[in-house]
Write a protein that binds this ligand. Structure first.
Ligand SMILES: O=P(O)(O)OC[C@H]1O[C@H](OP(=O)(O)OP(=O)(O)O)[C@H](O)[C@@H]1O
Ligand SMILES: O=C(O)c1cc(=O)[nH]c(=O)[nH]1
Length: 209
């Protein structure tokens, strides 16, 4: 029986959400360069995959945060998955923008929330944790009580672990880089010629070029 981390990794590989471009590195939200990109947005296009992810989030949240009153999705990657989770839990939903809108209502948080409301934040992916923790800060500034964050995938970088520790935010993820790369190597998704590049990047991702 595979673990949730292995099953999610398997889904991500099957739908080709993992892209490898060792010779043309991707630029991440943090500005870091990387030979790998995990596009969790693609999971939404596959009913079986998005349902599996939704159900794992729901199990996790019911077990760990039975007192939750509100689900918040981090824009844009986790808006849809967060709404699916909220729907299944019968809870209200909001989403947090990366910056307040500069027209209209100028909201940073979209939807209705109450001061003191107990929130679980849903995110699609953690690299450095910068964007996710910005959303946590916005919710706290709005008076919400952030119980913790759940995400589909993390690279497991020390930088992200430190950022979450410093922000006093608990993070749980359904899958991670180690589970994914083990499976990718076993199944031949990663070519031997790319393994060296991935190892080099993994040693110091902040200075990879
Ligand atoms: O851990 P971090 O270093 O903050 O990086 C991860 C963030 O980057 C991606 O979002 P992106 O900014 O690409 O925007 P999107 O969600 O609108 O696609 C992803 O959805 C995370 O929110
Ligand atoms: O850090 C990012 O911007 C990032 C990395 C990644 O693998 N996938 C993604 O959607 N964003």
């Amino acid at each position: 029986m595979n673990t949730v981390a292995e099953q999610v990794a398997s889904h991500l590989l099957q739908i080709k959400a993992i892209k490898l471009e060792p010779n043309h590195p991707f630029t991440w939200a943090s500005g870091w360069k990387s030979p790998i990109y995990c596009d969790n947005r693609k999971t939404l296009s596959y009913p079986e995959v998005r349902t599996y992810i939704r159900d794992q989030f729901v199990n996790l949240i019911k077990t760990k945060y039975p007192q939750v009153e509100l689900i918040a999705g981090v824009a844009t990657g986790a808006i849809a998955q967060g709404a699916l989770v909220a729907q299944e839990l019968g809870l209200p939903f909001v989403y947090v923008r990366s910056a307040a809108k500069n027209h209209g209502l100028e909201n940073l948080i979209e939807g209705e929330y109450k001061e003191g409301q107990k929130v679980v934040v849903v995110e699609d992916l953690i690299s450095t944790g910068g964007s996710s923790l910005q959303a946590v800060e916005a919710l706290r500034n709005a008076g919400c009580d952030v119980l913790g964050m759940v995400a589909i995938f993390t690279y497991g970088f020390q930088k992200a672990i430190d950022n979450f520790t410093n922000a006093h935010c608990v993070l749980d993820t359904l899958s991670d880089y180690n589970a994914m790369i083990d499976l990718a190597q076993k199944t031949g998704y990663v070519q031997e010629s790319d393994v060296a590049k991935l190892k080099e990047w993994r040693l110091s991702p902040e200075s990879y070029k």
